[in-house]
Design a protein around this ligand. Structure first.
Ligand code: GDP
Ligand code: MG
Length: 148
């Protein structure tokens, strides 16, 4: 079953959106397979966002991610990578549809509350970086009520 890496950024934690965001993914039917509250340092944040190192906003992005604790999660389910991105909404909150997390809870691109892997391959890399011990193995007893 497909997995994705979701991170509630420091603004999401500070603004008390952790429970709400977890609830959205839970109610959709996805399974939580990893969860931790963690402060990361700049070397770690730079690794996570290595693909963006040439961008002019890279330094500010790293400062943002290390500005407070983040909630790192593994979520599992059919098409969870693409569906997770839809739930999160467009990168710039002014272009994110209402009903998405960024559309409902954010205003600026540099304070957009949440991260989600953009492909199955990125998810694999990001889960490896954030959860070196891997996912927690368990299967929800609701599985047959969510999947046919
Ligand atoms: P995402 O996959 O939707 O999170 O977007 P990207 O991977 O392109 O960028 C990673 C993060 O960098 C975004 O979520 C934003 O927080 C930040 N970011 C992206 N583009 C910009 C920008 O133009 N300005 C600023 N300040 N931050 C940006
Ligand atoms: Mg991205």
């Amino acid at each position: 079953m497909e997995q994705t890496f979701i991170m509630i950024k420091p603004d999401g934690v500070q603004r008390g959106l952790v429970g709400e965001i977890i609830s959205i993914f839970e109610k959709k039917g996805f399974s939580l397979k990893g969860l931790k509250l963690i402060n990361v340092d700049s070397a770690f944040a730079e690794k996570h966002y290595a693909d963006l190192s040439a961008k002019p906003f890279f330094h500010g992005l790293v400062e943002y991610i290390i500005s407070g604790p983040v909630v790192a999660m593994i979520w599992e389910g059919k098409n969870v990578v693409v569906t997770g991105r839809k739930i999160i909404g467009a990168t710039n909150p002014s272009e994110s549809a209402p009903g998405t997390i960024r559309g409902d809870y954010a205003i600026e691109i540099g304070r957009n509350v949440i991260h989600g892997s953009d492909s199955v391959e990125s998810a694999r890399k990001e889960i490896g970086l954030w959860f070196p011990d891997g996912a927690v193995p368990w299967k929800s007893s609701l599985h047959p009520w969510i999947y046919e």
